[in-house]
Write a protein that binds this ligand. Structure first.
Ligand code: ADP
Length: 263
């Protein structure tokens, strides 16, 4: 039946048979589609009014410039509308990636160049924290993939390391060939993450320390974006972390996706 969606499982049944179980998930996937559409539409609709508010806030005369209350209110309103804008942009990115049907084998992605640019952006973010950020990149390692998506996944991981590592930390970004494929990793020597949080980190809006994460201005969607991008590239995010020592966030793109090997 073409209008239905099924989930299949195959398992051994006795010595000579296989058992095929088909589960009708039509309703579940319809609801999931409706949820995705709804989120995408709401985010889109919120964008315009916020742009207007932000625009006026930028050009508004300071009014009673000596009044500390007015000053504080202006600063706070600007920061909060900026936060809302970031959140909406991330919701839109997530919706786009969830719906992405871009074919990953169509584009060769110059990862070394992408990573150099991300490093420059990270250095700009790094003024206050003064971390040492180091790149260890195999400059000949190119892969098939959707550039905007992989760029967004890698920059989320690098910027998180900058944000969550206490000042004067060490962050290493690696892009290297391994037996399994092309491996990207970001290592930091920050506070680490307790084991019980690790499996939930890629859920939307999941944060280890809610109050602290809000202060960094993140949307809480970064790692969900990473998860969806990687699943689109047949990979997944892996995290190892030790409290008090730091974390490594990494993924491997399969050998199939390495560009030099494909003609
Ligand atoms: P956001 O950073 O906007 O809160 P993310 O989805 O990017 O959302 O990250 C989810 C949570 O994972 C963060 O709030 C933080 O608690 C934790 N986290 C992410 N990266 C690191 C890191 N390098 N070190 C410690 N904690 C991290």
């Amino acid at each position: 039946n073409r209008n239905k969606t099924f989930e299949y499982r195959i398992m051994p049944y006795g010595e000579e048979h296989l058992l095929l179980i088909a589960r009708d998930v039509t309703r579940v996937s319809q609801l999931e589609e409706m949820r995705k559409d709804f989120v995408a539409n709401v985010s889109h609709e919120l964008r315009t009014p916020l742009t207007v508010i932000n625009g006026y806030l930028e050009i508004m005369p300071p009014g009673d410039a000596d009044n500390p209350f007015v000053q504080k209110a202006m600063t706070e309103m600007t920061a909060q509308t900026q936060r809302m804008q970031n959140l909406i942009e991330d919701l839109l990115v997530l919706s786009r990636i969830e719906a992405s049907s871009e074919r990953i084998y169509e584009y060769v992605l110059n990862m070394p160049a992408v990573l150099e640019q991300i490093e420059r952006e990270a250095q700009a973010l790094n003024k206050e924290k003064q971390h040492q950020i180091r790149l260890e990149v195999d400059t000949s390692l190119k892969v098939f993939g959707v550039e905007t998506e992989i760029r967004s996944a890698c920059s989320n991981l690098v910027f998180n390391a900058v944000h969550y590592t206490p000042a004067n930390g060490e962050i290493v970004v690696r892009w290297q060939r391994t037996e399994q494929g092309a491996r990207f990793s970001v290592t930091d020597n920050g506070d680490g993450i307790p084991q019980n949080h690790l499996s939930r980190l890629t859920e939307r809006f999941y944060r280890v320390d809610k109050a602290r994460s809000r202060k960094t201005g993140g949307s809480g969607l970064g790692l969900s974006i990473v998860k969806h991008v990687l699943s689109h590239h047949n990979s997944q995010l892996e995290i190892t972390s030790t409290v008090g020592e730091g974390s490594e966030f990494f993924f491997v793109l399969d050998n199939e996706l390495i560009a030099e090997q494909k003609r």
